[in-house]
Design a protein around this ligand. Structure first.
Ligand SMILES: [Zn+2]
Length: 347
């Protein structure tokens, strides 16, 4: 039987009826009976977290744990996060899990790829001296995305521009996209010049990057939630920490400047707890994004970016329903009243 929902459909903000047939949305009343599962409220195409790394019990000691992965994506779903991008996973998703009827939509990017020339990298990185081959292989094996470490230590030399450029061109040549971790000024600049598709973090981003990213259509995923947590615990009275905090202040400023320049800013949490993208929306608002844009960054704009159509004719049948307008009250995103995922009511 078809499902029927009535409410204010976002982002356009019109009060209307929509129906769900299988895994598709239609605004044309189908013949036959329909079961009404919502008759008022605000309808979103679900929340999206475009930067999350489920699959490990602890962040300190990263080890692939398929059970942890299943629990953590369930936590995302229970919070109304119905689509996820993983810019770096420790292992392969167990068979059948990504198509499970109650699993959020998933976009993977393979492992974190670290160029062997970086002076430092982490245990969980896949270190390679053939970044081109590794990036193309991960892209082809994982939903058309790869994840590059543009740098790691924010005070050390980043991956050189010409290396990033060559890799990005090779990935684009096979129809893929590149997400680049950057948290040093030079690292962000190299990645922006290289034409990567999303800049992750962007701590210390030089001002000229805004124009470069806007011209190339790169998205910006600042993951402010993770940085706010680090900022709260990091001591302030040594030169390294002062540099870190300065980079953090700059990235917050760039969020609003990026939006003003026409860059798509997207919501990613990067860290535990899972199912916490509503907090990232609040950080984006605090950074100066209009609330409607911040909500879109964690919903319809992110779905567009990932190629997952939202509440449009023929869109995928993911809907979350809220009692209040999240554009006026973003906090309501923590309390989805109703959720439909892959055409099935999950709450
Ligand atoms: Zn990350």
């Amino acid at each position: 039987m078809a499902l029927h929902l009535r409410g204010t459909v976002l982002p356009d903000g019109t009060l209307r009826d929509l129906w769900i047939l299988g895994d598709r949305i239609t605004f044309d009343r189908p013949t036959g009976e329909a079961r009404t599962v919502a008759d008022d409220g605000f309808l979103l195409p679900g929340l999206v977290d475009v930067h999350t790394h489920p699959g490990s019990r602890t962040e300190e000691e990263a080890r692939w744990d398929p059970d942890a992965f299943a629990e953590q994506i369930a936590a995302h779903r229970d919070a109304g996060t119905l689509a996820l991008r993983f810019p770096g996973l420790l292992g392969e998703i167990p068979d059948g899990l990504r198509e499970a009827p109650d699993a959020p939509r998933m976009v993977t990017a393979g492992r974190w790829l670290a160029w062997a020339g970086l002076s430092k990298s982490a245990d969980f990185h896949l270190v390679t001296d053939d970044l081109v081959a590794a990036a193309v292989a991960e892209t082809e094996a994982h939903d058309g995305w790869c994840k590059l470490m543009g740098d790691w230590d924010f005070e050390a030399d980043p991956v050189p521009y010409d290396v990033l450029r060559t890799v990005t061109e090779a990935v684009h040549a096979v129809g893929g996209r590149v997400a680049a971790h950057c948290q040093s000024a030079q690292g962000v600049l190299n990645a922006a010049r290289a034409g990567v598709d999303s800049i992750e973090h962007g701590m210390g981003m030089p001002e000229e990057c805004v124009e470069l990213m806007a011209a190339q259509g790169a998205a910006y995923v600042p993951t402010l939630t993770a940085f706010a947590r680090s900022a709260a615990t990091r001591i302030k009275d040594n030169p390294r920490s002062r540099l870190w905090h300065e980079g953090h202040r700059i990235m917050i400023r760039r969020v609003r400047e990026a939006h003003d320049a026409g860059i798509t800013v997207l919501a990613g949490t990067d860290s535990a707890p899972f199912g916490n993208v509503a907090t990232e929306v609040e950080h984006l608002v605090a950074a100066g994004l209009p609330a409607a844009v911040a909500v879109g960054a964690a919903s319809w704009a992110a779905r567009d970016f990932l190629g997952l159509p939202g509440l449009v004719e023929g869109g995928l049948a993911d809907v979350t329903v809220y009692d209040a307008d999240p554009r006026l009250e973003p906090g309501v995103l923590r309390h989805p009243r109703r959720m439909v995922l892959r055409g099935r009511v999950v709450r």
